[in-house]
Design a protein around this ligand. Structure first.
Ligand code: XMP
Length: 519
């Protein structure tokens, strides 16, 4: 009997921080299951979760306002270790009688932490350059709260870290969860493992076993259908379900004609041939193209592609005997966002959904084995399940595919040109070892023609633009500074090898004000 991987857990209480998910990911990396609750979660819910420790996130509020969100009583009543980060520290300090001030000691960026005495949590950061920490705050704690002592300071903030004299309660003005704090992961791991007594139960092998057991218990002997897109999430669901329920799973892969080069083949090879998954591959290329004929508006194109997909999928699913379940690649950030949207507390509401809700007429229940996982965990699990790195490390690809990368009307000829140019760009990125250094890269086809010369002849052909961005969350993005020689090589190959393209541009627009995609 293996240990229950959810038996040791940490609660991350979110005070509205843009880093709450990052904190949770660090805790998971430290080998412990955790969940994120809103800071005003009912006390009963917090107690029922029975965490072994609580982390209070940062947040945009100020504790100098008497109406600030407080540290809930339930958190302190639990009697477990508490780590307050930034706002979380200030709220903890205020609660214990400290003064917090705004403004004077505002700090943003790296600062060197000076330990005050030897405290294990601060020592966990490391030495020398490892004591650099990332600061991002307006307010700061000005007096030492009752029962606490100062364990570290920086040049501009005398109270940069606090520890309670007798209880395992800590406060950090800096952000250990961001990668700019080099020893941050070690600090969080120390908190989770040493103070909260967690033992690293949360690791890929155990997570896979747990998911498999849960899926088997959920679906019994029923059939399950999955819309396989070739993206990371649906691929990992397919691999996991293949292992959990084998023949009970049927994957439907719809070739809408708007896929990248080699994608349909790769999916077939990986799933049908290597993993032995029962797969229905539907060639719907003509159907999508005809539905899109004459349509130029991007949102109309998205709607048509979504609608056609649902029709094709439904036609297939209805023919499968004994299917009672629809598997989906929902992941934990989707769950958090839907919950936030439902309570009106969403900071960012996802604007793109691949499958705009499969119709209720399918009468299928949902099985979502990745609901508890972050994207990086999904990738690690995919790796452990034997999916090829090329598939797991793929850049995101929008549901409407090349349909929104051919500007204006989607014609077969344009899609072919876009696909051929995209293939070369991606191939070169891999050759130059740049693919994993950018978050997303692709080619956009512009339905305008430009003049060129080739040999003695004049050309009058289409234009494509290369797009490559660096980003963590896709909400903002920086255009990738790719080497000149690399761009030169891509442009030459595209123009020389593809009959029909006369000119290649490179998109140097950031997001905002531009978006990542062109439509
Ligand atoms: P934008 O263009 O909004 O893109 O800056 C941000 C991220 O979202 C992806 N994207 C989509 N994904 N369906 C999707 O599944 C869509 O309609 C869609 N539009 C954009 C885009 O590729 C980028 O990763």
């Amino acid at each position: 009997m293996t240990a229950d991987i959810h038996s040791e857990r940490i609660l991350v209480l979110d005070f509205g921080s843009q880093y709450a998910q990052l904190i949770a990911r660090r805790v998971r990396e430290a080998g412990c299951y955790c969940e994120i609750y809103a800071c005003d979660a009912p006390g009963g819910q917090i107690l029922d979760f029975e965490p072994r420790g609580v982390i209070l996130s940062g947040g945009p509020e100020t504790t100098t306002d008497d109406a600030h969100p407080p540290v809930p009583d339930a958190v302190l009543d639990l009697g477990v270790p508490v780590l307050g980060i930034c706002y979380g520290m200030q709220a903890l300090a205020r609660r214990h009688g400290a003064e917090v001030h705004a403004g004077r000691r505002r700090e943003f960026g790296l600062a060197t932490l000076h330990p005050d005495g030897a405290h294990p949590l601060i020592e966990a950061l490391g030495e020398g350059p490892e004591t650099e920490v990332w600061m991002s705050h307006g307010d700061h704690v000005d007096t030492v709260p009752e029962g606490f002592r100062v364990v570290a300071s920086t040049e501009s903030v005398p109270i940069a870290a606090l520890a309670h004299e007798s209880r395992p309660w800590f406060g950090l003005q800096f952000h250990p969860e961001v990668t700019h704090t080099p020893g941050g992961q070690r600090l969080i791991e120390h908190f989770v493992r040493q103070y909260c007594d967690c033992h690293g139960l949360w690791e890929p092998g155990a997570i896979i076993e747990d998911c498999i057991e849960a899926v088997r218990a959920q679906v019994g002997k029923d059939g399950v259908v999955l819309a396989l897109s070739g993206g990371v999430d649906s691929s990992v669901v397919a691999a996991l379900l293949a292992r959990a329920i084998g023949e009970q799973l049927t994957c439907v892969f719809v070739d809408n004609g708007l896929l990248r080069a080699g994608e349909a083949e790769q999916v077939r090879e990986t799933f049908a041939e290597h993993l032995g998954v029962r797969m229905i591959q539907v060639d719907a290329r003509e159907r999508f193209l005809s539905a899109l004929a004459g349509v130029t508006d991007p949102e109309d194109k998205r709607k048509i592609i979504g609608r056609e997909f649902i029709h094709v999928f439904q036609e297939q699913a209805e023919q499968l005997p004994n299917v009672r379940w629809l598997a989906q690649g929902t992941i934990y950030p989707d769950v958090i966002e839907s919950a936030a949207a439902a309570t009106g507390k969403a900071h960012l509401i996802k604007s793109h959904h691949n499958v705009g809700g499969l119709p209720e007429t399918l009468h299928l229940q949902l099985v979502e084995p990745l609901r508890e996982l972050f994207k990086d965990e999904v990738r690690r699990i995919g790796q452990a399940l034997g999916l090829p790195q090329e598939l797991i490390g793929r850049h995101p690809f929008p549901g409407p595919g090349l349909g929104v990368r051919v500007l204006g009307e989607v014609r077969g000829e344009y899609v072919e040109l876009a696909r051929a140019a995209d293939r070369i760009f991606i191939e070169e990125l891999r050759t130059w070892d740049l693919y994993d250094k950018v978050a997303q890269a692709f080619v956009v086809f512009l339905p305008v023609r430009a003049v060129g010369v080739m040999g003695d002849g004049r050309r009058y052909d289409y234009v494509v633009t290369l797009r490559a961005v660096e980003t963590q969350d896709f909400m903002t993005a920086r255009w990738a500074r790719l080497p000149d020689e690399f761009l030169d090589r891509c442009a030459r190959r595209i123009i020389n090898e593809i009959d029909g393209i006369a000119r290649v541009c490179y998109d140097i627009s950031g997001k905002p004000p531009a978006t990542v995609e062109w439509e």
